[in-house]
Design a protein around this ligand. Structure first.
Ligand SMILES: [Ca+2]
Length: 334
C-alpha cells in the first residue's frame, strides 16, 4: 500500500515537473499608460499565467513615472498575481506622452463610496518595483538556456540598456551574451512594414534604442507591425456590455478613461502577445530578413536567407479568428 502511495506521489511530482517545463517563460515590456491596448494585452497575460500556460516572470515598464508601475502593482493584486516582480525604467521623461495624465494615474486614484481607494494597491509613497535592467539580468541569469520569450509592446529603452549592460553580481556575461544564451526570441509590436515612410509611435519615442535592438539583438525577432493590429478593432460594445459579472474592473475603467467616447480600439499589443503564446493558424509569417530602423524612425524589411527578423501579417479570415479570440478571452473572469 505504502509503495503504491509513494509511486503515485512520484508520478504526480514528475507530472508537475513536466507541466512546469512546458510553461513558456515570459517577460513583458510595456509602456503602460500611453494607450489602452497595453491594458487589454496584460489581461491576457495574467490569464495565461493563472492557467499555467506561461510563467510570467516579470512586467517591465519602459514608460517613465510612478503611476505606470503603481498601476501594474494594482493589477497584480486584482488578478491574484502579487508575486510577479515589477521593473521600471530609470530614465526620466522619455516619451512624447510624458505630460499627459493617463489612465494609470486615474485608475489608481479612483475611490469607492466611502472615499477609500477603489482598488487595493501599494500605499502612496511606497515602491515595490526595481530597476528594469537589473531585474532583466537577475531573471535571465538564473533561467535555463534559450528558455525565455520577451514580449515588447512599448519603447526599446530597457532592452537597449540590457544589451549594453556589463557583467555584475548576477552574471559574468555582458548583456548581449546573456540575451544570446538565455533568450529564445523577442516578439515586438513596432514599425510599419507596408509603408516605409510611416513613423510608428513605439519606434519614434526612442529611435536610437530601437535601432540598437534591431541591429544587435542576438536572437530571432518577430514583429507585429502597426498595420496588423490597426485592422483588428477591439469593440467598445464589449467593454460596455460583457463585464456584467463584476462591479469594478480596472481594465474596463482604464478603457473608459482612455476613450470616454467609447470608440473601438486597434489591438496592436494584443497581437504580439497572442503570436508569442497561442498563435495557432491565426498569423502568416514573412520570410527571414532584416528590419532596419532609419534615423527618422521609419522601418524597412529586406528579405535575407540568413536574416533573423520576421514579421506577421493576416488575411481576413485570420483577423476574424483573432478578434473572436481576444473578445472571448478578455471578457472571461480571471
Ligand atoms: Ca504599448
Amino acid at each position: 500500500m505504502k509503495k503504491r502511495v509513494l509511486s503515485t506521489l512520484l508520478l504526480m511530482a514528475v507530472g508537475l515537473q513536466f507541466a512546469l517545463a512546458q510553461r513558456l517563460n515570459v517577460i513583458f515590456e510595456t509602456d503602460m499608460g500611453n494607450d489602452v491596448d497595453d491594458a487589454l494585452a496584460i489581461d491576457m497575460l495574467y490569464k495565461y499565467h493563472r492557467n499555467k500556460k506561461i510563467n510570467l516572470m516579470a512586467i517591465m515598464l519602459n514608460k517613465e513615472g510612478q503611476y505606470p508601475p503603481r498601476f501594474i502593482d494594482l493589477l497584480n493584486r486584482w488578478y491574484g498575481c502579487k508575486k510577479i516582480p515589477i521593473g521600471a525604467t530609470t530614465r526620466e521623461k522619455n516619451s512624447t506622452m510624458s505630460h499627459v495624465k493617463n489612465f494609470t494615474e486615474v485608475v489608481c486614484q479612483m475611490k469607492d463610496e466611502k472615499g477609500r481607494p477603489l482598488y487595493k494597491q501599494l500605499p502612496e509613497g511606497k515602491e515595490n518595483w526595481q530597476d528594469a535592467v537589473m531585474l532583466h539580468r537577475q531573471l535571465l541569469a538564473k533561467s535555463d538556456d534559450h528558455s525565455v520569450t520577451i514580449i515588447s509592446v512599448g519603447f526599446s529603452n530597457n532592452l537597449s540598456a540590457l544589451l549594453a549592460s556589463q557583467p555584475d553580481g548576477f552574471s559574468p556575461m555582458n548583456g548581449k551574451e546573456l540575451v544570446a544564451k538565455k533568450v529564445d526570441r523577442l516578439v515586438v509590436m513596432a514599425g510599419h512594414m507596408e509603408n516605409p515612410n510611416y513613423k510608428e509611435f513605439n519606434v519614434i519615442n526612442d529611435v536610437p534604442a530601437c535601432q540598437k535592438v534591431y541591429d544587435e539583438w542576438p536572437t530571432p525577432i518577430y514583429t507585429s507591425p502597426f498595420e496588423l493590429g490597426e485592422k483588428i478593432l477591439y469593440p467598445a460594445r464589449s467593454i460596455k456590455e460583457d463585464f456584467g459579472w463584476t462591479k469594478h474592473h480596472p481594465i474596463v475603467d482604464a478603457y473608459k478613461n482612455y476613450l470616454p467616447n467609447m470608440e473601438d480600439r486597434p489591438t496592436w499589443d494584443l497581437t504580439a502577445v497572442l503570436y508569442a503564446i497561442d498563435p495557432g493558424q491565426m498569423f502568416s509569417l514573412s520570410p527571414a530578413g532584416r528590419i532596419k530602423v532609419t534615423d527618422r524612425g521609419c522601418t524597412t524589411f529586406t528579405p535575407e536567407t540568413t536574416g533573423s527578423h520576421y514579421y506577421m501579417y493576416t488575411n481576413e479570415e485570420q483577423r476574424k479568428q483573432i478578434l473572436d479570440y481576444f473578445v472571448n478571452m478578455i471578457t472571461k473572469k480571471p
